[in-house]
Design a protein around this ligand. Structure first.
Ligand code: UDX
Ligand code: UDX
Length: 423
């Protein structure tokens, strides 16, 4: 087993660090957010992720993990240092990698030739290669590899323990081999490639998945227009093994800390490289259009205007099984409704926002509501009896942006069901 350091105790660093600790490695996790470190040392996880609290408790009781506020304390004489700090979108399409660069500048000079520096944070293709060259020019002996993460929030532990593949990018064969050895505990194919190709695999995966989803959303709109049913259509196409049946659920567009950022960043990388990635630009535009089309459905349900209209919003997180509201399509929908004068009252079992009035009981959100908009596919919403929805609402339109409610039950309760692509 190895001794490993993880810098950044976020969705990626904490899940990956505790995951490696659960496999028997000795792990140190550092973060500049002292409160976060204090909470972790007290056994508290800083965000909702199924199974993470139990994993923290188990790895701490086994003495496999320790936390520190100091990156230098964390790296000490470990075998490998994983950089897992966040790389947010600057707003102009470029990824803000300043945190990665800051950490590199701090720890790289303290590492020796036996240690490996791993860039796990999502960085634009070419970043790791540039880092390798810069460190070599400074005569620093540490080897650098890129090992991108493919964790989905809400199922991050499962994705860590049972990955579809391990991707290792670097030009130092010995370091790449050692990194592959550290990942031997996983039953997954290992792709070893250049650092730039490893980074491109990450961006390409997210951009392809976002494109797939946006195609399905467009298909749902077309199904609605021609009287086809998207649920049957996606089942029918998904049985083609070249397409596969997963990741074909229509919705309010893609959100989270990755897809919105990584699609825009890849278009920017292409522009900077002199290639116009028109298809991906069209995906980004179509994603925004999906939410405008949904707002039109809500407006129609309210009789043509949203001025002064109460709208109940079920769900504020970017998807179910997480409390993360980063780039949440649900919140973006709520903003568009408010911009037209609507009074939005929201519910979410795990997430929250201060942008709208939040209530604890989904039925309370329906009081005086002309329209109910279901924006996140929390299972609990499907369990609420339609007659109770009808009784609690003032109006009669239910816009189901996740196709989670039963159209027949909603109709039988005297409500008007507007799903996505439902015949
Ligand atoms: C991950 C990936 O690392 C990122 O590349 C991808 O774009 C989004 O998903 P994530 O783990 O979700 O980032 O970020 P976040 O949950 O914000 O956690 C980042 C942690 O790093 C925070 O706890 C922050 O305090 C810490 N951090 C940030 C440092 O410890 N040092 C820094 O210099 C900056
Ligand atoms: C994604 C990638 O899946 C993961 O590999 C990468 O490491 C990080 O980014 P995540 O952002 O957690 O993971 O969410 P994901 O489950 O991929 O969903 C992304 C968005 O697509 C969400 O807004 C979700 O609601 C939406 N989605 C997903 C759909 O609308 N329909 C689907 O069928 C699946």
């Amino acid at each position: 087993m190895s001794s490993l350091a993880f810098i950044g105790a976020g969705y990626v660093g904490l899940v990956t660090g505790l995951g490696f600790a659960s496999l028997g490695h000795d792990v140190t996790i550092s973060d500049i957010d002292g409160d976060r470190i204090d909470r972790l040392e007290a056994g508290e996880v800083p965000f909702y992720e199924p199974g993470l609290a139990e994993l923290l408790q188990r790895t701490r009781s086994e003495g496999r993990v320790r936390f520190t506020r100091s990156n230098l304390d964390a790296v000490g004489s470990v075998d490998a240092v994983f950089i897992c700090v966040n790389t947010p979108d600057r707003g102009d399409g470029t990824a803000d990698i300043s945190a990665v660069e800051r950490v590199l500048a701090e720890v790289a000079p303290r590492l020796d030739g036996d240690q490996i520096l791993v860039i796990k944070s999502t960085v634009p293709p070419g970043t790791t290669q540039r880092t390798i060259q810069e460190l070599a020019q400074r005569g620093l002996p540490v080897a650098v590899v890129g090992v991108p993460e493919f964790l989905r929030e809400g199922r991050a532990l499962g994705d860590f323990l049972a990955p579809d593949r391990i991707v290792i990018g670097g030009d130092d064969p010995e370091a790449v081999t050692r990194m592959a050895t550290m990942h031997e505990g996983f039953d997954a194919p290992v792709v070893t490639t250049s650092a730039t190709s490893a980074e491109m695999i990450k961006y390409a995966s997210n951009a392809y998945l976002a494109t797939r989803l946006t195609f399905v959303n467009g298909l749902a709109n077309l199904c609605e227009a021609v009287g086809a049913d998207i649920v049957d259509v996606t089942r029918g196409i998904g049985l083609d093994e070249r397409i596969g049946s997963r990741f074909l659920r229509p919705g309010p567009g893609y959100g989270g800390s990755c897809f919105p950022k990584d699609t825009v960043a890849l278009v920017r990388v292409a522009d900077d490289a002199g290639y116009d990635f028109a298809l991906l630009r069209a995906v980004i535009d179509a994603d925004h259009e999906q939410r405008r089309a949904l707002v039109s459905k809500v407006r129609e349900g309210a009789g043509g205007t949203l001025e002064g209209v109460r709208v109940a919003l079920w769900g504020v997180t970017f998807k179910a099984n997480t409390d993360d509201t980063r780039n949440s399509p649900a919140i973006r929908l709520g903003r568009l409704l408010v911009a037209e004068g609507a009074d939005v009252v929201a519910h979410d079992p795990h997430g929250s926002t201060d942008e709208f009035t939040m209530v604890d009981d989904p039925l309370d959100a329906l009081e005086d509501a002309q329209v109910l908009l279901v924006a996140t596919e929390w299972g609990m919403y499907a369990g609420i009896p339609a007659p109770e929805i009808a009784k609690a609402m003032k109006g009669d339109t239910v816009v189901d942006a996740r196709n989670v409610l039963d159209p027949t039950a909603i109709g039988a309760a005297g409500l008007v069901y507007r799903g996505l692509g439902r015949a």
